[in-house]
Design a protein around this ligand. Structure first.
Ligand code: ZN
Length: 162
């Protein structure tokens, strides 16, 4: 099967720029093209869907709604954790971002919303929950995944293997 367009099961390298509310939040200018394995939830669904069929060199502006991006902001997405559950040498301040492990052993993002003497309120919403995402993407390269990449469902880049 020829892999000359973005389709499920193809490793895509793309240059990208992500703008939210007129502010550039992330771009490949810093770290170089981003690689992802199409069809494996590596990138937000609303962007991947719009990229299917693009060829090398194609550019596109894609607007992704929250529901096709990082989700709607969840007013229930907060958790109160007793202060005693945090290591005593851990610096806890409002606005600090943490990686916590949920009951399924998955890493999850959390931001300290507020602190009382007894407990810490964590905001579990993704930082971009509720945001409309404006992407500008250019397909730089397409290739077949290795068997291992296909098995893992993600791309193995130098220095990022796991
Ligand atoms: Zn892997």
């Amino acid at each position: 099967m020829s892999k000359d367009t973005v389709q499920n099961g193809v490793v895509v390298s793309m240059d990208y720029k992500l703008t939210v509310d007129g502010e550039v939040l992330d771009s490949s200018d810093d770290a170089g093209p981003l690689q992802f394995l199409a069809g494996h939830d590596n990138i937000v669904p609303g962007l991947e869907r719009e990229m299917i069929g693009m060829k090398i060199g194609d550019s596109k502006d894609v607007v992704v709604s929250p529901e096709d991006g990082y989700g709607e902001f969840d007013e229930e997405g907060f958790m109160d954790v007793p202060r005693s559950e945090f290591p005593s040498d851990m610096q806890i301040e409002e606005g600090v971002e943490l990686n916590i492990t949920d009951e399924d052993g998955e890493n999850q993002f959390a931001r300290v919303e507020s602190i009382t003497n007894e407990s810490v309120r964590l905001d579990l919403n993704h930082p971009l929950a509720g945001a409309e995402l404006h992407f500008n993407v250019t397909v730089v390269a397409l290739r077949e995944p290795t068997a291992e990449e296909l098995d893992h469902g993600h791309v193995h880049e130098e220095g990022h293997n796991h």
